[in-house]
Design a protein around this ligand. Structure first.
Ligand SMILES: C[S@@+](CC[C@H](N)C(=O)[O-])C[C@H]1O[C@@H](n2cnc3c(N)ncnc32)[C@H](O)[C@@H]1O
Length: 224
């Protein structure tokens, strides 16, 4: 299995884990999401204003549905056809498209254009994100926002060198059967570099805290 390129393992895991993931999200099984990160990304998108939102790597579609309920005009896309099927079954007026990031990067307009906000909620997992970020620049209107919620840079504190590199998610804290998934940790500087190379400029950061421990549970990058 380790000879399979990590990006292929990521893609495969989102086919294999589609059912367990949908149950975990809809059953509110992830504490960090429950106590902080879901509300934080919703607030961040709504604070941008505008009507048209692109939910990038939308998974089973919870964020798209919440934004739809808040009156936004939402399109969600994801590379896992199994998760897009779950998303379509979830109701609401959202258009969900099965499309992986490479296909999007070669034809960004396939998801529509003139978005006010593009949002990536824990959905940038691979090493190479440049093509996707540049494609998002093409489909957002001038002055439109890009929001990326991701693992906080403190994640590695005290356990490993603070540098970009592959990690492994085993979903140990969640119920059900899971395939492990590689994901690529990025330092804060690396995120800012990737955004800049793709034509985005970092405008602000949000760092949602765990209400009990006071520690950051994620980083939200806001780019223009
Ligand atoms: C952790 S889930 C987050 C899903 C959703 N944004 C949420 O907040 O629940 C990561 C999502 O990114 C999608 N994804 C990862 N790599 C992808 C790729 N190369 N192309 C398209 N989707 C991808 C997966 O299919 C999965 O749905």
């Amino acid at each position: 299995l380790s000879e399979v390129p990590p990006d292929d393992r990521i893609t495969r895991s989102w086919l294999e884990n589609a059912g367990a993931w949908t149950r975990a999200v809809r059953g509110r099984a992830m504490e960090s999401r429950r106590v902080a990160t879901d509300q934080a990304i919703l607030d961040a998108v709504l604070a941008c204003g505008g009507e048209r939102v692109l939910d990038v790597g939308c998974g089973e579609g919870w964020l798209s549905r919440r934004l739809d309920q808040a009156g936004r005009d939402v399109v969600g896309f994801d590379g896992s056809p199994a998760l897009i099927e779950e998303a379509r079954g979830g109701g609401g007026g959202v258009r969900f498209i099965a499309l992986d990031y490479d296909a999007f990067a070669s034809d960004p307009g396939a998801v529509g254009v003139d978005y006010d906000v593009a949002v990536c909620n824990f959905s940038l997992l691979g090493e190479h994100v440049g093509g996707l970020l540049a494609g998002l620049r093409c489909v957002t209107r001038p002055g439109g926002h890009l929001l990326v919620q991701t693992v906080h840079p403190f994640f590695l504190a005290g356990t490993a060198r603070y540098e970009d590199g592959w990690q492994e998610e085993n979903y140990e804290s969640l119920p059900g059967e899971w395939s492990p998934m590689p994901w690529y940790f990025r330092t804060f500087g690396s995120w800012v570099r990737e955004l800049g190379l793709a034509g985005w400029r970092l405008d602000a950061c949000r760092e949602p805290l765990h209400p009990a421990t006071g520690q950051p549970v994620s980083l939200i990058l806001v780019a223009l």
